[in-house]
Design a binder for this molecule. Structure first.
Ligand SMILES: [Zn+2]
Ligand SMILES: [Zn+2]
Length: 358
């Protein structure tokens, strides 16, 4: 990252620069909110998942891809004004400098560097460190305070390499050539990443897609994602798709929709699949541990890389991560922000009827 660390001692207090409020993280000197969960006059949005990117703000500053994703999901009128944040370029609002830096989470995802009066805080949104062929990789930014999620902030969560999980899927397809493999994956990011990994593994048959994922997948394709031939599932043709791979929203794997395929193998690509009980409870026969969030080791590695002396934890397993930070001599606190969580479940609601109807 090109943002060099400043030497000047700070004059700005952290609590003057960013404050947790019920609407989200508020920056009073610029009067902007980061990923607000309620409508505000001016919002800075880290990425397009619906727990972070909501419609109805007066103005939105976000990357070009995130703005496009919001328009796809909510319609062109999702905000009064939109302003594109170019990664690595600083935008000054009031006396505060804001810089968007890739977060490696989904296409267009960014951390937001907030800097004023010699104090630098990085609000990282959601992020991961594992390579993802469909989005720019996370770039650590040296900072005074690092704000992190903790979705998988427990020692039990250590994600295996995603390509090894996808290899399990392809092996199952080889072993059961008559069965349809139905892979549940979140509509924004996970679905396209799984498809790209399937292609990287050399699978070259068409991939079949649930209709609810079509718009976002077309957007990824238009942005250069290497997904090969993708076909929309036509309801009447489901019984002819034995031996094929179908990607659908997680909510669809237990639907009647899924039972119309020949002897389906239900699969789900998620960090939560590390918990066997969760896989069983969702009726998942082939759990794939593929996550777009940092695991326990990567949360720690990232915190150390930023060199921050103080850590704020937004959502997820905040207490466990705060405890670890404290144990290694860092100041740390949970922000208790509400409204963030499992984006798959939130997104399924955001997409409404078309997520389940097709
Ligand atoms: Zn997210
Ligand atoms: Zn999130």
């Amino acid at each position: 990252m090109t943002l060099a660390r400043r030497n000047a001692p700070g004059t700005m207090r952290p609590s003057d620069l960013l404050i947790p409020t019920p609407a989200g993280l508020w920056c009073p000197p610029a009067d902007v909110y980061i990923d607000p969960v309620r409508p505000v006059a001016r919002a800075l949005i880290t990425h397009g998942h619906s727990d972070h990117a909501r419609a109805g703000h007066g103005a939105v500053l976000a990357t070009r891809e995130t703005l496009a994703i919001m328009a796809l999901r909510y319609g062109e009128g999702f905000t009064g004004q939109r302003q594109e944040a170019v990664p690595g370029e600083t935008v000054r609002i009031g006396e505060v400098d804001f810089t968007f830096v890739p977060a490696g989470h989904v296409l267009g995802s960014a951390q937001i560097v907030v800097e004023s009066g010699g104090l630098r805080i990085v609000a990282s949104g959601d992020y991961k460190r594992e390579r993802d062929p469909t989005c720019a990789g996370f770039e650590p930014v040296p900072c005074d305070i690092f704000i992190t999620e903790a979705t998988f902030g427990l020692p039990v969560f250590r994600h295996p390499p995603a390509h090894a999980e996808v290899a399990k899927l392809l092996e199952s397809v080889r072993v059961f050539p008559e069965r349809t493999h139905i892979v549940g994956a979140y509509s924004l990011g996970k679905a396209q990443r799984v498809m790209a990994l399937i292609r990287e593994a050399g699978y070259d048959r068409p991939l079949y897609l649930h209709g609810a994922m079509e718009k976002l997948t077309e957007f990824y394709l238009s942005e250069g994602a290497q997904l090969g031939e993708v076909r929309k599932v036509v309801a009447a043709e489901r019984k002819t798709l034995g031996g094929e791979i179908v990607i659908c929203p997680p909510s669809a794997i237990q639907d009647l929709w899924a039972r119309k395929f020949p002897d389906p193998v239900t699969s789900f690509a998620s960090g939560w699949m590390r918990i066997r009980a969760r896989a069983r409870q969702k009726g998942v026969e082939l759990p794939l541990i593929v996550s777009d969030h940092a695991d326990w080791d990567d949360l720690q590695a990232t915190i150390r890389e930023t060199g921050a002396g103080e850590i704020w934890v937004t959502h997820g397993e905040a207490d466990a991560l705060v405890h670890w930070c404290t144990s290694v001599g860092l100041r740390a606190k949970p922000l208790h922000l509400v409204g963030y969580g499992d984006e798959g479940e939130v997104d399924a609601v955001a997409e409404g009827a078309d997520a389940v109807a097709v």
